[in-house]
Write a protein that binds this ligand. Sequence first.
Ligand SMILES: [Zn+2]
Length: 310
Amino acid sequence: MRFGIDIGHNASPDIGATGIRQEDDLTREVGTRVITRLRSLGHTVIDCTPSRASSVTNSLWQRCNTANVNRVDLFVSIHFNKFNGRANGTEIFVASDAGRSRAQPVLNAIIAMGYFNRGLKNGAHLYVLRNTAAPAMLVECCFIDSRADMDRYNSDRMADAIVQGLTGQTAPPAPPDEDSKPVTEILQLQKTLNQLRITDANNRPLTEDGLPGPATEAATRKLQAVLGLATDGIAGERTWRNIRQVLAKPTLYYNHAAGPAVRYLQFRVGADVDGIFGPGTRAEVMRFQSMNRLVVDGIVGPASWRVLIG
Ligand SMILES: [Zn+2]
């Protein structure tokens, strides 16, 4: 999925509203987190936010143009509302049926945190909805001049809700810090390798002791080979990024999936590990489903993933 994410305003003279908090600050907080989370789930994200603009109209034009030139599948503009200090809650503007059906789960996810549901609204008058080719939505997360909304507001939770609404997926936790390699990181790696059923050189599960050593290194190399990465035995940012795409348990099916999660799936079901969900992989998936008394549909969804990695 190719998302166009538009962080509202933040391009003078296109600046947001001021309330208890600044709209520019909040759209940036939430928008950057949405972008990071979508990428960690393996999606392509085009950041449609301009860095400078000659006018408000030019700012809006640039956002739409970036989305259109990059042929995004869905355009999401992130804003915060302001009114009279008493109005509160969440609303999402849409201008098409396709936009409406993509926006409803986002609205549901946000109001589930306790924000008042102001509903989906007709945004046919809004520039960024009128001028984007893809289905589009403009999310008014909540009101920056409402004490109730600002007390409830948390940038991480808001971003999580938007991503969950957009993808149906929950973004995995942030990666371990590359600069320090504390015991917890080795422990995390050992736990993850065991969860992924990646064994050491003697085909034994790892001891979860938080200590680096040849067994953990050998298992890391095995996993890197499965994922098609350089097999240096060191779980760096690239390896973790790939691991997170597997742990996200994306739904995989014939002809519609590729990448690290497919490679891992192929390794587990005994298909050729080439990262492409073709006929051979489908046959092995169906065999795996039959052996595990799952619905034999060749689609790797939550039930199959539960058997694979818990
Ligand atoms: Zn705004």
